[in-house]
Design a protein around this ligand. Structure first.
Ligand SMILES: [Zn+2]
Length: 561
């Protein structure tokens, strides 16, 4: 069955809750570990059905955010999902308290128990109304974001389509594109700032009810982290020492290359005097070429891409009303991964497609290898490593998309990795500051954003762009509103992807083998254990970042020599 043909029906939440309550009781009364495992499988199945319909609704809402049917369905899930979380939590509480815990630990592994214990700490029936309000606010923000109809160069663009013009060789167009984008966000300034302010207060209140000092602690537990915010603070320091100076150097070279003396923010995305590398093909052709690439890459990727093409598991063309996002999800009952993005004709289309296919490969592989769905999903830092590494491991096929510009694309990809990490640190650090100071005014939040920009991207000059120079840049970063604290995960993943690229530069085959080993671990280990099991270096180790980056920095420096 093709994806869009899968019939949707709204799940009966009362029946689900009743069923889960019965399973929770049966589990507590079970006479053996084997019996509990059987009940656990049944529970996972029930949970899977609910997640399948919620996922289908979410996909169809993101494909067309203006379809009234799925707007209503989203509102339904926003409201009922805290109740579902509550009944799932009741069940997992029984697992942690099981009288057969030793046998269960053996079956599911310690990491699963760590995650379930963290989930217990961040849930209380007392926060359910706040959770529902939080869902409603994030949906409202996504809706606003997707409403963009920005007239530019005779076309009506969404934010993604407009951002393509930031790479234009014509400086006036680049500037105008950023101004038009800023104007769109300015028109929503009051609404977005109000939504975010309410979210900060809401999440802080949840944290207090749960007995925490602030929301930062909740976020670390929610994201099942094995490291602490002190580790992240040390990592930031390494980024400042190792990556920021290198990026300043790259930007200086970029300015020389494109022949601009007063380098401004609107020049930031324009890398090559004769134009950035752009895919030479249409979206449809890019997909066909991706099928060829993954078909040649390995038997695992071939099986996946053939399935995805056959079942139409892609929606990558930009359209008005589409959610402004790129993601890959798995529709659990059907075992299909689905890839969503907004192509805009730039190299980002190939980058996003290869990235999301890395996620899809991991989901598809673990689904076949790991019996319990709960153990398939890797920690988020590992998930983003699957995807970000795939961007590099597909290097031998970049020419299929860029032809004679393939080398330019590879250079751009490697430099972008270095440029991205300090940005991802800003996103994370800023949220830590905001949730540590929940009473900050809107102006104080913007000011903090600007100060971090100066520290981690000192080469940026926002010139007279009103939206960016008043510190509004955080408003266009969807994760900040919708997936709080989901961003340091990208920094960590990028340092691991850089390591996979270094390995690839030495020996393609062993890099691929190690990559598949990493993928197959799925959700059976935390990120530290996964890194160790694959013989990689953790960016949390003191002085590790310099050694991690060295081979790729050298590779970049030798280009064109
Ligand atoms: Zn990703």
């Amino acid at each position: 069955m093709k994806l869009m043909e899968i019939p949707y029906k709204r799940p009966d939440v009362d029946a689900l809750i009743e069923k889960c309550a019965k399973l929770t009781a049966d589990f507590a009364n079970a006479e053996s570990a084997a019996e509990q495992i059987r009940i656990f499988k049944e529970f996972e199945e029930e949970k899977g059905h609910f997640s399948t319909y919620m996922c289908l609704s979410n996909i169809r809402n993101s494909v067309d955010t203006e379809d009234p049917f799925y707007i209503e369905e989203q509102a339904f899930y926003d409201k009922v999902s805290p109740r579902a979380t509550q009944c799932f939590n009741e069940f997992t509480k029984g697992i942690i308290e099981s009288k057969f815990i030793d046998e269960l630990r053996k079956e599911f592994g310690d990491y699963y128990f760590d995650c379930m214990e963290m989930d217990q700490k961040i849930f209380s029936p007392e926060i359910m109304d706040l959770m529902a309000e939080e869902n409603e606010l994030t949906s409202k923000y996504e809706q606003l974001y997707a409403s963009a109809r920005i007239e530019f160069e005779g076309k009506i663009c969404n934010v993604s389509q407009l951002s393509a013009y930031r790479q234009s060789p014509d400086r006036a167009i680049r500037k105008a594109a950023i101004e038009a984008e800023g104007k769109f966000f300015d028109s929503l300034q009051d609404e977005i700032e109000e939504i975010y302010d309410r979210l900060v207060k809401n999440r802080t209140k949840q944290a207090k009810i749960l007995g925490f000092e602030n929301y930062v602690e909740v976020a670390y537990l929610m994201n099942h982290r094995s490291y602490k915010k002190e580790d992240v603070a040390k990592f930031r320091q390494q980024v400042l020492e190792v990556m920021v100076p290198k990026n300043v150097e790259y930007k200086k070279l970029q300015a020389e290359r494109i022949g601009i003396e007063d380098f401004k923010f609107y020049d930031d995305d324009f890398f090559f005097a004769d134009g950035n590398p752009m895919p030479k093909y249409s979206t449809k052709e890019i997909l066909e070429r991706a099928q060829q690439m993954f078909g040649e890459m390995s038997p695992e990727t071939k099986e996946l891409i053939d399935l995805m093409m056959d079942k139409n598991l892609f929606d990558i063309e930009a359209r008005n009303g589409k959610r402004n996002a790129g993601y890959c999800v798995t529709i659990q009952d059907f075992g299909y991964p689905f890839i969503f993005s907004n192509s805009n004709g730039t190299s980002g289309d190939v980058k996003t497609l290869t990235h999301e296919c890395g996620h899809a490969l991991a989901a598809y592989t673990t689904q076949k290898l790991i019996e319990y769905p709960a153990l398939r999903h890797a920690p988020m830092e590992a998930c983003e490593t699957h995807s970000m590494s795939m961007e590099f491991l597909t290097s031998p096929w970049h020419h299929l998309f860029f032809e004679e510009d393939a080398a330019k694309y590879s250079e751009h990809l490697a430099k972008s990795a270095s440029l991205f990490i300090p940005y991802s640190v800003i996103v994370d650090y800023w949220q830590e500051l905001v949730y540590t100071n929940p009473d900050w005014t809107k102006e104080e939040r913007n000011q903090a954003w600007l100060e971090l920009e100066k520290q981690f991207r000192p080469y940026i000059d926002f010139a007279d762009l009103p939206f960016y120079s008043r510190g509004g840049g955080w408003q266009r970063q969807i994760h900040i509103t919708c997936m709080p604290f989901y961003y340091i995960d990208y920094s960590i993943a990028q340092t691991l992807a850089i390591q996979f690229f270094s390995l690839f530069l030495q020996d393609k085959e062993s890099a691929w083998e190690k990559y598949m080993k990493f993928v197959k671990i799925g959700g059976m280990m935390n990120i530290d254990e996964t890194i160790a099991a694959c013989g990689l270096t953790s960016p949390f180790e003191p002085d590790s970042l310099k050694a991690i980056c060295q081979p790729v920095y050298e590779w970049i420096d030798n280009l064109g020599k």
